[in-house]
Write a protein that binds this ligand. Structure first.
Ligand SMILES: [Zn+2]
Length: 484
C-alpha cells in the first residue's frame, strides 16, 4: 500500500516536474531565440565605423569626448538615461595629423603607406632630414647624429630617447618586430614616454619598410625624408558612460568595455568591437523588457564604456567604493572583432574559483550553440592573462586601491588577444566540449592587427562580422540565464 502510494506520487511528481521543466525550457529558449534574432550585424559594424571615425578616442581628448557624445546618443536612442562620470584629469595624447614621405631616392617615394606616429610625439613643423641607421642605439655614441632622422630596430629606453634628442636627432623611425603573422606591411604602434616635454617624434614603420630602408642605407644610398606632426598633449578628464537597466535588486551585473584605442591607433578591434557589442546587447535587452517579452531582470544591469582602459575602471571602483559590494559579476568585452586562426569565443579567468558560476553558465552557452549557424565553431574558458579591465575587480587590485578585498566574479569575453598565438595550460576541470584542440591546452587566438596602424574595420570587423555578433549572442544569452 505504502509502496503503491509512494510510487504513484513519484509518477505524478515526475509528470508535473516534466511539464514545468518543458515550459521553462521552451520559454527560456524562446526568449533566447528572440534575443539572438534581434542581433543586427549591420548595426554592430556601423557603430565600429562611426567610432573609428572619431580618431583614437583617448580619454580626456576631443576625440574621446566626441565618442562619449556618440555613446550617450546611442544609449538614449535605445531607451536608456545614460550618465557620464568624469575621472580626475590626466595627461592625454591626441594625434591630429601627420605626414612622412621619402623624398629621395625617387624609387621609394611611395614606400610609406601603413606607418603610424607613436603616442606622445610632439608637434613638429614640416622638416627635411637625411636618414641614418643606428644598430643598438642604447650603447652607441651619438656623435654625427645632429639634424638626422634615425632608423632603429628596437624600442629605446626613455634615457636613450632623451640622449638622442639632445644630440640633435630630429625624429626616430622604429621598425616593427619580427612576428610570424603580424606587422609585415603595417606598423605596430609603440609610444614615447607619457610627457608633454618630448622633443622629437617617433614614427613606427612596418617590418618590411624598415628592412627596405635599412638595406638601402647599407648600400650607401642617401635617403632624404620629409615629415611633420600635429598633436595635442594636454591634461583632460576621461569620461565613462554608464547606462542602467534596473532590475528587482540593487545588486547588479556590470557589462563593460574600454572605449579608447589604448594603442593610440584606429582601434577597430581593440576596442570599438567591444563597445559596439555592449551597445547592441544593451539595446536588445532594453527592447525585450520594454515590449513585455521578458520581465525586469532580477539583478540590475549596468552597461559601462570606460573613457580610458584601466584608469577609468579604477576610478569607477574608487567613486563607487560604498556599493562595489553590490556588483554581482563583471562581464568585460575586449577585442571581439577578429581572430587570426580560429572562430572561437573565449571566456577568461577560470583559474579564479568564485568565477565558476558565471563561467559555467557561459561555457554551457558556448557548448550548446557551437557549430550552429550564426554562432562560433569553438568556445572555451581559459585561465587569467591580465591586461584588461576585468582585472581591476580582483581582490589584489582592490587592495592596491585601498578597498576591501571583495571576491567579485569578473571575466573577459574576447575572440582574439595579443599579436601572436599563445598556448596556455588549461585549468583542470575546465576543458570545454566545444574546444577542438587538445583538452589540456588552450590556444589563445590573436589579432594580426593588434595595436597597429591597420586595426581598422576593413581588416577586422568587416572581414569577420561573425565574431562581434557571436560575442553579443553569448553575452546576451548568458545574461538571460544569469540575471533573470
Ligand atoms: Zn583592449
Amino acid at each position: 500500500m505504502h509502496f503503491v502510494t509512494h510510487a504513484s506520487c513519484r509518477i505524478c511528481l515526475s509528470v508535473i516536474s516534466f511539464a514545468v521543466l518543458c515550459s521553462t525550457v521552451s520559454s527560456q529558449s524562446k526568449t533566447e531565440r528572440a534575443f539572438a534574432n534581434s542581433v543586427s550585424t549591420p548595426r554592430l559594424l556601423g557603430q565600429v565605423r562611426d567610432l573609428v571615425r572619431f580618431g583614437s578616442r583617448t580619454g580626456g581628448t576631443r576625440s574621446g569626448d566626441k565618442a562619449v557624445s556618440y555613446l550617450v546618443e546611442q544609449f538614449r536612442k535605445a531607451g536608456f538615461t545614460p550618465v557620464v562620470e568624469k575621472d580626475p584629469k590626466r595627461l592625454a595624447y591626441e594625434l591630429k595629423n601627420w605626414s612622412l614621405k621619402v623624398q629621395s631616392p625617387p624609387s621609394l617615394r611611395n614606400l610609406v603607406r601603413n606607418e603610424w606616429v607613436g603616442a606622445y610625439s610632439p608637434s613638429v613643423p614640416n622638416t627635411t632630414a637625411s636618414l641614418v641607421y643606428l644598430h643598438q642605439p642604447e650603447n652607441a655614441p651619438s656623435i654625427g647624429l645632429k639634424n638626422k632622422a634615425l632608423l632603429i630596430d628596437a624600442a629605446v629606453s626613455n634615457k636613450t630617447y632623451r640622449r638622442l634628442a639632445e644630440a640633435g636627432v630630429l625624429c626616430l623611425l622604429l621598425t616593427s618586430p619580427n612576428l610570424e603573422g603580424a606587422y609585415s606591411d603595417w606598423a605596430m604602434i609603440s609610444d614615447l614616454p607619457e610627457s608633454e616635454k618630448n622633443l622629437i617624434p617617433l614614427f613606427n614603420l612596418s617590418r618590411n619598410n624598415g628592412l627596405r630602408l635599412k638595406k638601402v642605407l647599407m648600400d650607401s644610398v642617401e635617403v632624404i625624408l620629409n615629415f611633420s606632426v600635429r598633436s595635442a598633449i594636454d591634461s583632460g578628464s576621461p569620461k565613462t558612460v554608464i547606462a542602467t537597466l534596473k532590475g528587482e535588486s540593487e545588486r547588479y551585473f556590470l557589462i563593460c568595455a574600454h572605449g579608447d584605442s589604448d594603442s593610440g591607433g584606429p582601434g577597430a578591434d581593440d576596442n570599438a568591437s567591444g563597445v559596439s557589442a555592449v551597445l547592441e546587447t544593451a539595446r536588445i535587452l532594453q527592447a525585450l523588457v520594454k515590449n513585455g517579452r521578458i520581465p525586469r531582470p532580477k539583478f540590475s544591469l549596468r552597461f559601462a564604456i570606460w573613457g580610458t582602459e584601466i584608469y577609468s575602471t579604477e576610478h569607477f571602483v574608487r567613486r563607487h567604493a560604498d556599493e562595489v559590494a553590490n556588483i554581482h559579476g563583471v562581464l568585460n568585452l575586449d577585442e571581439v572583432g577578429t581572430g587570426a586562426t580560429r572562430n572561437c569565443i573565449y571566456f577568461e579567468s577560470n583559474d579564479v574559483g568564485y568565477n565558476a558560476h558565471l563561467l559555467r553558465t557561459l561555457e554551457a552557452v558556448g557548448e550548446e550553440f557551437v557549430g550552429k549557424r550564426g554562432y562560433w565553431s569553438e568556445s572555451t574558458t581559459n585561465p587569467s592573462q591580465g591586461g584588461t579591465d576585468s582585472y581591476v575587480f580582483f581582490p589584489r587590485y582592490l587592495a592596491r586601491l585601498k578597498l576591501p578585498e571583495l571576491e567579485i566574479p569578473a571575466i573577459t569575453i574576447y575572440t582574439g588577444a595579443w599579436n601572436e598565438l599563445k598556448a596556455l595550460q588549461q585549468t583542470p576541470g575546465w576543458s570545454s566540449k566545444a574546444w577542438k584542440g587538445h583538452p589540456d591546452t588552450v590556444y589563445v587566438d590573436y589579432s594580426a592587427y593588434y595595436h597597429s596602424s591597420l586595426d581598422v574595420p576593413a581588416t577586422t570587423t568587416e572581414k569577420e562580422p561573425f565574431n562581434m555578433s557571436g560575442a553579443v549572442k553569448a553575452l546576451g544569452i548568458g545574461l538571460l540565464r544569469l540575471a533573470w
